[in-house]
Design a protein around this ligand. Structure first.
Ligand SMILES: CC(C)(COP(=O)(O)OP(=O)(O)OC[C@H]1O[C@@H](n2cnc3c(N)ncnc32)[C@H](O)[C@@H]1OP(=O)(O)O)[C@@H](O)C(=O)NCCC(=O)NCCS
Length: 132
């Protein structure tokens, strides 16, 4: 099991994992410029040429503070419960710290909150949304 940065050739496998883990809304083309965006890092876990997990961190520079936002954490169904998700999130936390984030946040469901609590996250306030 190896953790490395996303390469353009991983895109199809990653979108398949996101689509089967979340929803059909992820079956989309990548946003233009994403791959070269210095403020976004997507890490993948692979076994040989097979991607088995993926997650991203987006660095948001505010006026005087720096925020790390972890998004789109997903592990292939056949590889869950083996520490893949935990290793990925811990790697993203390390990246956020290297980039001097004052705090690292993420949104999750109640169902998955224990997974993040085991890694060290605490519940904090609520999320609100407007969808387009
Ligand atoms: C949530 C998800 C990323 C977890 O990945 P995973 O590789 O299966 O998790 P790990 O094996 O690294 O689990 C680490 C620890 O958290 C626990 N854990 C994992 N998912 C959990 C859950 N939903 N509820 C409670 N505990 C959980 C594991 O039992 C393990 O505990 P241990 O260290 O005491 O053995 C994975 O189930 C997944 O991809 N789900 C679908 C997509 C999704 O919902 N992503 C999260 C978006 S916020």
């Amino acid at each position: 099991m190896k953790i490395r940065e996303l390469q353009p050739s991983d895109t199809k496998q990653v979108i398949d994992i996101w689509t089967s883990s979340f929803s059909r809304n992820f079956n989309n083309t990548l946003n233009a410029g994403y791959i070269n965006d210095p403020n976004s890092t997507t890490m993948v876990v692979c076994e040989g040429s097979t991607i088995i997990g993926v997650a991203s961190i987006h660095i948001i520079y505010k006026l005087s503070r720096t925020l790390g936002l972890i998004e789109d954490v997903a592990v292939d169904k056949d590889h869950r419960g083996k520490g893949v998700g935990k290793s990925l999130v811990e790697k993203l936390i390390e990246i956020g710290k290297q980039k001097n984030c004052d705090k690292i946040v993420l949104n999750t469901s109640v169902k998955n909150s224990k997974f993040y609590e085991k890694i060290g996250f605490e519940k904090n306030e609520i999320q609100m949304v407007i969808r387009n």
